[in-house]
Ligand binder design. Structure first.
Ligand SMILES: C[S@@+](CC[C@H](N)C(=O)[O-])C[C@H]1O[C@@H](n2cnc3c(N)ncnc32)[C@H](O)[C@@H]1O
Length: 617
């Protein structure tokens, strides 16, 4: 993005905003404008004005975001408390005293943003008049160019922190509270009329007693400020007051308003007819008196006239010079003999300004005519400046006697005034820039504060998650320790079991009997010896007893085993004919004993013992 205020792309963008949305930013201070638009563009991730214009054309929802950034809405209740206190003590009583009890009081808060300024004025007027008179007489017009700000303003709502500058007693009297939320009292809010009004483009509201236009003018270039001030001047009653912001000095139009208290930025209107009236009175006071005068009076007048600090001459109704003071003679090179000559014969009648037409106009309109900053170029190249006033001289009966002409040399004051004016303008611009930058900083600060608040919240959340994690970690650690202890115990038990198992295996290996353990489905769980039947544990474990071909009629064991499992004493003994692994037949004594396994499932121990060989074998 360029920082050139005349960048043609920026100019095109501003034109587009005016044509499409009616917002005319051309009179706003370019540096501030550039900064604010730049800020919004950066937020939207756009580098240059042309691309931003395209973006606006495709995304109309971008307009409010842009206007919100450009139109800085910073405001507060009783912002600059000392100035509002001055208003309360000095100005409002004067407005009230200057009116009859039934007369309306009209206030205009222009550039009201979110409304706090208008409600502050309402509070002061209500305090001065009482609720009932306030409701009957007061109208507060609260306007802004920013519709979104006005929507917020109409609600008259604020958080406790927004009302910090409202004294507690006033807060209780003028606001209704709901938790942390305060709302300006409804019946008083009705006297505040909100509406969109553009100070640059719209006609002013009229007959205003108090015009509050604070921290708004400073966003405009001097030329636009001057135009707005003419409108504000028109808006005010002749006895009206103008209340500006802390950084606004009104230097561009000090002929329209005069400061009542410059520090508090309160001004009164200068009614426009005043100056002319005063000049008429002046001119008549210095006019000719009818009748003859004593010589001493004539001499006195001559001396007095020579002593005047201005060049001064008088012409009679025929245009003949009748009075001319010394200063006129010196300045314009006239001689005593020029007295009694028609002015039109002399150079002074047309140089440095056309006196003849000024005399004609003053005589014809019967009022003083003035020309400011009339320049006279001297042969040495220097210039002189004069304030020329031509006033008609009227006799008591109103008859025209002639005209007086005065030349006040304003060269030195002019130079000083110009310099002063320039310095004052520069000072004002600098002060306004400082103030508006300050407002921008306040906005940025608010944004930063909310980011910090968000970060703090996130941080708190992270801390509490961290604490939870730490607790979980501690729990896991203690569970882990417990598990390790259990594991060690299990390992010990497993070793013990292995030992017991080995011990049992050894016992079983030395057992003369064949021992098999079956589950309730008669599947072999344990098998101790191979000698009797010639099969090893590996060939029997997991197989059904009925499937084993071991020389024992296993099918005959089914019933005794079921009896052992289901019978009352769990023990059944029987003898069966069997054949051993060498093919010898013998009587095998079998004992079936039911038992419950560790898991509670029934199983049966079958013990087989070879008795006597069968006869005939
Ligand atoms: C910084 S605020 C001042 C608020 C309040 N007057 C105060 O001093 O606390 C400036 C206000 O001027 C408004 N504004 C800017 N240009 C305007 C215009 N052309 N016409 C009317 N209001 C305008 C903005 O919308 C913003 O609300």
């Amino acid at each position: 993005m360029t920082s050139d205020p005349q960048d043609p792309d920026l100019v095109r963008l501003l034109e587009y905003l005016r044509e499409s949305r009616g917002f005319d930013f051309s009179g706003y201070k370019r540096t501030t404008l550039l900064r604010r638009i730049g800020k919004r563009m950066a937020q939207a991730g756009i580098q240059d004005f042309a691309a931003y214009l395209d973006h606006l054309q495709v995304h109309p929802q971008e307009f409010p975001a842009l206007f919100n950034t450009v139109l800085i809405n910073v405001t507060r209740y009783f912002r600059d408390a000392a100035a509002w206190e001055y208003l309360r003590q000095e100005i409002i009583p004067r407005i009230v005293a200057g009116k009859e009890r039934y007369e309306p009081i009209r206030v205009w808060s222009a550039g009201v943003a979110s409304g706090e300024e208008a409600y502050s004025a309402a509070i002061l007027l209500c305090e001065a008049l009482g609720v009932s008179e306030y409701r009957d007489r007061v109208k507060i017009y609260a306007t802004d160019v920013d519709e979104e700000a006005l929507t917020q303003a109409r609600q008259g709502r604020g958080q406790a922190k927004d009302l910090e500058e409202v004294p507690e007693a006033l807060r209780d009297r003028y606001f209704e509270r709901e938790g942390n939320q305060y709302t300006f009292r409804n019946e008083l809010r009705r006297s505040v009329i909100f509406g969109r009004h553009d100070l640059v483009q719209d006609a002013p509201i009229s007959r205003i007693d108090l015009l509050i236009c604070r921290n708004t003018l400073m966003y405009f270039e001097a030329e636009t400020q001057a135009k707005i001030l003419v409108r504000l001047h028109y808006a005010l009653n002749d006895q009206g007051f103008l209340f500006l912001g802390k950084a606004e000095m009104l230097l561009s139009r000090d002929d329209l308003f005069t400061p009542l208290d410059l520090k508090q930025r309160v001004f009164s209107k200068i009614p426009r007819v005043g100056l002319r009236d005063r000049l008429v009175v002046l001119a008549q006071a210095s006019g000719l008196e009818p009748g003859d005068r004593a010589a001493s009076t004539a001499r006195l007048r001559e001396i007095m006239s020579d002593a005047l600090p201005v060049a001064y001459l008088v012409v009679d109704s025929g245009g003949v010079i009748t009075v001319m003071n010394e200063r006129t003679r010196i300045l314009f090179g006239l001689v005593p003999n020029d007295l009694g000559r028609p002015i039109q014969d002399l150079e002074i009648s047309y140089r440095p300004t056309d006196l003849r037409s000024m005399i004609d106009q003053a005589v014809h309109e019967r009022r003083p005519v003035e020309a400011r900053d009339v320049v006279r170029h001297l042969p040495n190249g220097e210039s002189q400046y004069f304030h020329v006033i031509v006033a008609p001289l009227l006799d008591r009966d109103g008859a025209q006697l002639g005209a007086s002409i005065s030349f006040a040399d304003v060269t030195s004051t002019n130079v000083l005034q110009r310099e002063l004016e320039r310095s004052r303008q520069e000072l004002e611009t600098a002060s306004e820039e400082l103030h508006s930058t300050n407002e921008e900083l306040e906005t940025t600060n608010e944004e930063l504060q909310s980011t910090v608040e968000e970060l703090e919240t996130t941080n708190e959340e992270l801390q509490s998650s961290n604490e939870e994690l730490e607790t979980m970690n501690e729990e896991l650690e203690s569970t882990n320790t417990e598990l390790q202890a259990i594991n060690t115990e299990l390992q010990q038990r497993s070793i013990q079991l292995d030992q017991i198992n080995a011990f049992m295996q050894q016992i079983m290996a030395n057992f003369e009997m064949g021992v098999a353990v079956l589950d309730k489905e008669l599947r072999v769980q344990f098998w101790n010896r191979k000698d009797l039947w010639g099969v090893r544990a590996g060939e029997t474990v997991g197989h059904a007893l009925l499937d084993l071909d071991i020389g024992l009629p296993v099918a005959e064991l089914v019933e005794p085993i079921q009896k052992a499992l289901n019978g009352p004493d769990g023990n059944v003994s029987l003898s069966l004919r069997a054949t051993n692994r060498r093919g010898k037949r013998f009587i095998c004594r079998v004992q079936c004993t039911a038992m419950a396994s560790a898991e509670g499932a029934p199983s049966v121990i079958v013990m087989m013992e070879a008795l006597a060989p069968t006869r005939g074998d």
